[in-house]
Design a protein around this ligand. Structure first.
Ligand SMILES: Nc1ncnc2c1ncn2[C@@H]1O[C@H](COP(=O)(O)OP(=O)(O)OP(=O)(O)O)[C@@H](O)[C@H]1O
Length: 187
């Protein structure tokens, strides 16, 4: 059963998932790589350099691939077989910090806006709860935390001490509703 590290693009999934895999000796799986290598996509969008994933094919491929406790890195929870995911850690990040990171990547302003809106509106958290069930889902606000602090929190969650990290504590909407619809999240 996989441990899923998820969240809006740019929140730190790959950084955390890779380190967690190293620390635990578990296999790290970059879902985006699997999609590309196994051609589990229906289309490719050159403007945003992203793939439109074929959810059914992806889900059945991952059903075969996932065996023991891999560390899985993706924001696309709906492409995963729910019965093969034991726990989902949704990383959260202050939208203004996320905007800085995505700006540094040189993302087009439309892509930045979409990701910031997704973070403000809890899109990945909601998808994780809907697809996996709330009992499997935990939420970690990574804003201002070091990588070591985040790994420590995830370790607590994996050791069944995650009650402080159940969904519902992070709420960006009240503070950042005015960013919705702004190109590139620019006020
Ligand atoms: N706790 C942290 N503190 C400061 N910077 C961080 C932290 N975690 C990640 N970063 C930085 O944020 C950037 C994005 O991290 P990362 O690529 O891991 O995000 P991601 O969620 O996997 O993004 P994507 O889904 O687009 O691959 C990187 O430059 C990384 O070094």
């Amino acid at each position: 059963m996989a441990i899923l590290i998820t969240g809006t693009p740019g929140v730190g999934k790959t950084t955390i998932a890779r380190l967690l895999a190293e620390r635990t000796g578990k296999k790290y799986i970059d879902f985006a790589e699997v999609v590309k290598n196994e051609r589990l996509y229906a289309a490719y969008d050159p403007e945003t350099n992203s793939y439109v994933v074929n959810l059914d094919r992806a889900r059945s491929y991952m059903e075969q691939l996932l065996s023991c406790e891999e560390i899985l890195d993706t924001h696309l929870v709906e492409a995963l077989p729910p019965d093969k995911v034991s726990v989902a850690i949704v990383l959260r990040l202050d939208p203004l910090v996320l905007r800085e990171r995505l700006n540094k990547r040189g993302y087009p302003s439309r892509k930045i806006r979409e990701n910031i809106e997704s973070e403000i509106l809890d899109a990945v958290l909601i998808s994780a709860i809907e697809n996996l069930g709330e009992e499997k889902v935990f939420e970690v606000d990574t804003t201002g935390k070091t990588i070591a602090e985040i790994i420590e929190i995830i370790t607590q969650i994996l050791n069944k001490n995650g009650k402080l990290y159940k969904p519902g504590r992070v709420d960006w909407l009240e503070k950042y509703y005015f960013l919705i619809g702004k190109e590139g999240g620019i006020i």
